[in-house]
Each structure stands twice: as C-alpha cells, then as structure tokens.
Design a binder for this molecule. Structure first.
Ligand code: NAP
Ligand code: MG
Length: 502
C-alpha cells in the first residue's frame, strides 16, 4: 500500500500566499531579517518545497523585543479593557473570514487532514480568542481587610491590582501551529501584554498569516511580533533575553528544561506545556461501543503527534483480547493520505526525521518482545506516512511504553487488580503527567480512578476533552502552570498590592 496522492493543486489564495516574500513581522511591519537567511517550508505529504521564509537571529529578536516593549508602554497600555476586548474579537472575526486559507496553509505545512484543521481553527482558534476577549473586562483585584502596622481599623485601605506581566516570548511547536499561536495570544492580549512569537521551524506559514490578520484587526503595531527562526538561535535568544518578562513555551520536555536554564538570567516567569505519555484505563464494564472508537481516536488523532495522545492503554484482563483486537481493526481502517484529500483520516508525520524516530521506536518494540497487532510500517513513496501501530503485552520496562514517541504508536497492557491504587500506580509510572482517561459505567470507580491519575486533566468515557474554559497543563515533567480558563489568564498577570494610610 502506498498513499494515494491525487492531484491536489493549492487554491489561488494559497498560491498567492506561498508566492510572497515572507519576512518577519516586527513593529507592525514586514521587515527583512538581518542575516537575509531563509529556510524552506516542506509539504510533508509530498515532500515538495512550498516556499521559503526569512528566519530571524539574535539581532532580529532584539528588534522584536524592543518593538514589544515600546508597544507595552505606548498606545496599548492606554486602551480600555473594552477596547482590548473588541480588538481580540476582531482578530477572531478576521480568522473566521480567512478560515479557508488558514486551514489550507495549515494542512499544506503540517499535514493534518483538512476537516480537522477547519474544525479546530474555529473551535480552538477563533472561539478561543473570543473566550479570552471576554476576560479582558473581568480582570479585577481585591480589597484586603487588614490594618497593617498597628493602625486602627478604618484608617487604612489595601487593595490589589492585576497588571500585565509585560513582554511575553511565545515559543511553539509544529503539531497544531495556528492553535498553538492563538493559545498564547488570546490570554496575553486579554491581560494587556505584548508578544514576540517564534513558530516552529517546520511550520511558520499560519503564524505569518496571523501577522496579516493582526494588522487587519487593527491590533496596534508592536503588540504582536512574529519571528520565524531556529530554536537554537531565535528561540534561545528569546528565552534568554533580559528584557522579556515571561516565556510561554509549548514543546518537548528536553527543550523545556533548556528554557528554564535560559530564563534564569533575569528570572523571567516561565510556563511550560511539555510532553506526555497519557494512560487510558478501561474497566471490564465499560461500553465498548464508545471505548473502541474513543481509544483509537485518542491514540491516533493528528497521527499521534498530539501531546495529550493516549499512548498507553490499560485494559482489564477479562476484556483485554477483545479490546485489543477491535482497537487494532479500527486503527487499520484509518485511511492514510494527504490532508487536502477528503478521503484521508490521517495525514503524514511532520518530517523524514520524525518518521525515522517513530520507526526506531517501532523497531525497539519488536525487539523488546511486545506483540505487534497492526501497523508497524512506513508507507513507501513520497510523504512521511506511518501506519497506525498497536503493540500488545507491553510493560513499563520497555522504551516504547515509557518514552514519548509523538507518532501513531499505541501500547496496550492488561491489569487484573481490582485495587484501584494498584492500577493507578502502574498508570502513573514514568516522568509525564499530562492527560488520562477512565472508561467505565461505574461512577464510583470513574471518579475514584480519575482522582488517582496523576495528570493535569482526566476525561471519563472520552479522551482529551478540551475547551477554552477547561484548565489544561501537565503534572511532573509535563509542564509548569496551566493554560485555558481563568488560570490561563492569570499566568499573564502580576499582582500589585497598594496600601494607603488615611
Ligand atoms: P521542541 O523540539 O521542543 O520545539 C518546540 C519549540 O521550541 C520550537 O519552536 C523549537 O524551535 C523551539 N526550540 C528548540 N530548541 C530551543 C532552544 N534551545 N531554546 C528555545 N527554543 C527552542 O518540540 P517539537 O518537536 O516542536 O514538538 C513536539 C513536542 O511538543 C512534544 O514533546 C510534545 O509533547 C510537545 N507538545 C506539548 C503540548 C502541550 O500542550 N503540553 C502541545 C503540543 C506539543 P525549532 O522549531 O527550530 O526546533
Ligand atoms: Mg523540533
């Protein structure tokens, strides 16, 4: 089998966009990179070059940070919260108005199926922006009923103000590029911060489109700056920059640790959304008509290139064989192909490098004694396609069960204990704690197990339930802090306490 590659010519709008001279977006202008260096942007479904974009270095990051600092002190700080709400809402409207182009660019650049791109850009792009647009007018402090330093009650007043944290450096990965950018911009703009965004080197296109949309929405110059570049240069310069107040990072645990080290120079604030190896725990009374499709999607959504992916399946031994067989059948039915083809359920992996990494893990699974149930192969021909792969009888001593693969590989193991603590102890092994799910009709088991799973979010009878209002983030080495919801906003605010003596 090889991936069918129909003739999927990009639309006129996409061709025009790709044909542009792609520069850096700094201070509201498209400017040339100091070094004049560019990198090629590849379609992972065809391996064809889509375009080249300018990449920024340390000097460009300096310029972008200066523009963000100037904007922070300028017009942006004088806008009312209502005006910020309207601007963020306008940005959401612009994103909706450009949904077709944004989705197509995302598919060409990242490989994900078009339907997923369209749906997610609406539900987690524009709706996420609107959710945070609403927060801009709801940022309030407290009055504190104390009388410091022995003054009599009623002779002083203490109140807090919530102020924007300042200039934010946002560094994001390639797996859902536009959403990742919006997840940083929404709360940052609602809080009154300014931003320098560095997209992933493999997927700069929709970040560049966002530059256009910010201009169209009337976001003041310098409030959002976008500098494509390499992690080791542009990303590192941003993380270490002495005039950046916070880094909001999404990416691997390994790079997350480098961000912390780089941030130590000026003790800037850091929030981290990192890797995962999330468990899905299936009890014998679970409704298999929900479990099978739910678990298959939980594992293989975005080709498994999803931080929340359920990659470790724990099934009670009474139903283990049946569940494994049926999940294997469901996985084998996913149609692999270019994201632009309406017949594709799963797209390619992001790069040849990622395909080799994933295949390396699959080889290690075969040699470590796990049972290959389905998949296990890359497709020949062009495009970085790997079949959805299921291994049974894995255990946590195996590399495939322990390490984040970030590809379409699911590991299944059985449990026999009726002791929930013992099941949880196995599910909680490893360095990650991002997500998890519990599948059962027994509400006591469901809630007790959900409480025992050491993760930032747990879903019951579904996997990876997300919404702009539901806090999202990781325990252990899956991250620091939470995005989404009120907590996601608070990560962009700092508190000032003011006391007046009458
Ligand atoms: P990555 O290699 O950690 O890269 C993430 C971003 O950091 C990219 O923009 C990258 O630039 C940049 N970067 C690399 N080295 C840097 C350095 N020394 N200093 C500053 N920035 C640097 O991750 P990835 O391969 O793009 O994405 C996959 C990872 O992201 C997985 O581990 C996945 O679990 C995680 N992820 C987590 C979440 C979450 O919300 N928890 C969501 C999605 C993905 P380059 O593009 O040039 O490498
Ligand atoms: Mg990378």
């Amino acid at each position: 089998m090889s991936a069918a590659v129909p003739n999927l010519t990009p639309s006129q709008d996409a061709r025009e966009f790709l044909g542009r001279d792609h520069r850096l977006f700094i201070g509201g202008e498209w400017v040339a990179a100091g070094s004049r260096e560019t990198i090629e942007v590849i379609d992972p479904a065809t391996e064809a070059q889509l375009t080249r974009v300018a990449i920024g270095g340390k000097d460009d990051i300096d310029r972008a940070v200066a523009a963000a600092r100037k904007a922070l002190k300028g017009e942006w700080s004088r806008l009312t919260s209502h005006e910020r709400t309207k601007l963020i809402w306008k940005l959401a409207d612009e994103l909706d108005a450009h949904l077709a182009l944004a989705s197509e660019l995302e598919v060409l650049d990242n490989g994900q199926p078009l339907m997923i791109a369209r749906y997610s850009i609406q539900a987690f792009g524009s709706e996420f922006l609107r959710y945070y647009a609403g927060w801009a007018t709801k940022i309030t402090g407290d009055t504190i009923p104390v009388s410091p330093q022995g003054v009599r009650n009623g002779e002083s007043l203490t109140y807090t103000r919530r102020e924007p944290i300042g200039v934010v450096g946002a560094i994001i990965p390639w797996n859902a590029p536009l959403l990742m950018a919006v997840l940083k911009l929404g709360p940052a703009l609602a809080a009154g911060c300014t931003v320098v965004l560095k997209p992933a080197e493999q997927t700069p296109l929709t970040a560049l489109l966002l530059g256009d949309l910010c201009r169209k929405a009337g976001i003041p110059a310098g409030v959002v700056n976008i500098v494509p570049g390499l992690g080791e240069t542009a990303g590192a310069a941003l993380a270490a920059h002495p005039d950046v107040d916070k880094i909001a990072f999404t990416g691997s645990t390994e790079v997350g640790k480098k961000i912390i080290a780089a941030a130590a120079g000026n003790l800037k604030r850091v929030t981290l959304e990192l890797g995962g190896k999330s468990p899905m725990v299936v009890f014998p009374d679970a409704d298999l008509s929900r479990v099978i499709p739910g678990v298959a999607r939980g594992a293989f959504f975005l080709q498994g290139q999803n931080c929340m992916a359920g990659t470790r399946l724990f099934v009670h031994r009474d139903i283990f064989d049946r569940v494994v067989e049926q999940v294997g059948e469901a996985a084998s039915k996913f149609r692999l192909g270019p994201g632009m083809s309406p017949d594709s359920d799963l797209g390619p992996l992001i790069s040849a490098e990622q395909r080799e990494r994933v295949m390396g893990y699959i080889d290690s699974g075969r040699t470590s004694g796990a049972e290959l149930v389905c998949g296990g192969e890359a497709l020949p021909g062009r495009g970085f396609f790997v079949k959805p792969t299921l291994f049974a009888n894995t255990n946590m001593d195996m590399k495939i069960a322990r390490e984040e693969i970030f590809g379409p590989v699911l590991c299944a193991q059985s449990f026999r204990d009726s002791e929930l603590e013992a099941v949880a102890a196995e599910a909680n092994k490893g360095i990650y704690g991002l997500s998890g799910s519990v599948w059962t009709r027994d509400i006591s088991v469901a809630h007790r197990m959900a409480a025992l799973i050491d993760a930032g979010q747990v879903s019951i009878n579904c996997h990876a339930a997300v919404d702009p209002g539901i806090p999202f983030g990781g325990n252990k080495q899956s991250g620091w802090g939470r995005e989404f919801g009120r907590e996601g906003l608070e990560a962009y605010l700092k508190t000032k306490a003011t006391t007046v003596m009458y």
